[in-house]
Design a protein around this ligand. Sequence first.
Ligand code: HEC
Ligand code: HEC
Length: 191
Amino acid sequence: MKSSLLWSIPLVLVLFQIHTAHAQPSHRMLADACAGCHGPRGQSASPMPIIAGLPEAYLEQTMRDYKTGKRPSTIMGRVARGYDDAEIDALAAFFASEVWISPPQELDPKQVKAGKRIHRDGCSSCHKDNGRFQNDTTPRLAGQWKDYLQIVLEEYWLWERRMPHLFMSIAVSEFDEEDLEALASFYASQR
Ligand code: HEC
Ligand code: HEC
């Protein structure tokens, strides 16, 4: 699969970092284990998702769901299994306290426009304020990397990522690949 290939490259290196971080855990050292993929403050480089400034409860739940396998993943399941509850809470608190930065991205204006239309009709009831809204269960989408959004939408669409929110798969089921790219482009264009 495209996503597995894309994401497997830095894994070995980073698993080593996780191992060494465990020698003497602290917020900073724990978070260093995530830096190889998510950047030192969670302001990741594409296609890894930006996690800086996401709600603490969302980060905690997401890590726990990766750990138990409730939320399928290519990499994060293996990563999350390396942490106990207290460490997951510390990681969530650390990244939640960092600032989300929307990176500049090269996008096709036609796709952005098409995505905006679909968003308004089908997604804006939950992903309010053009995807800037976030709460304990809903992550911010505005300014997220387009490639990550597109991969995730395809996973929902293929029903690979059906838990914990079955309705995300239902929400995207009526669209085709072009629509999904348009949606990803629209959210990526937001700040
Ligand atoms: C080897 C690369 C890698 C490492 C190391 C890594 N991540 Fe991830 N992370 C990913 C990828 C790729 C995804 C997308 C899900 C998947 O396929 O695994 C992701 C997804 C996430 C998400 C979900 C984001 C969202 O928008 O829902 C969170 C939260 C997260 N990672 C936190 C962490 C934390 C905390 C650490 C450090 C303990 C960490 N990650 C280490 C690659 C990595
Ligand atoms: C009923 C509310 C609701 C609707 C409608 C909805 N979403 Fe979501 N969306 C959510 C929630 C809640 C999550 C978090 C799911 C999870 O934790 O796996 C989510 C997750 C996502 C994610 C993953 C973000 C990440 O960081 O991993 C994307 C992308 C997304 N939605 C896009 C859309 C699009 C596009 C539409 C319209 C076609 C849509 N959503 C409709 C509630 C909704």
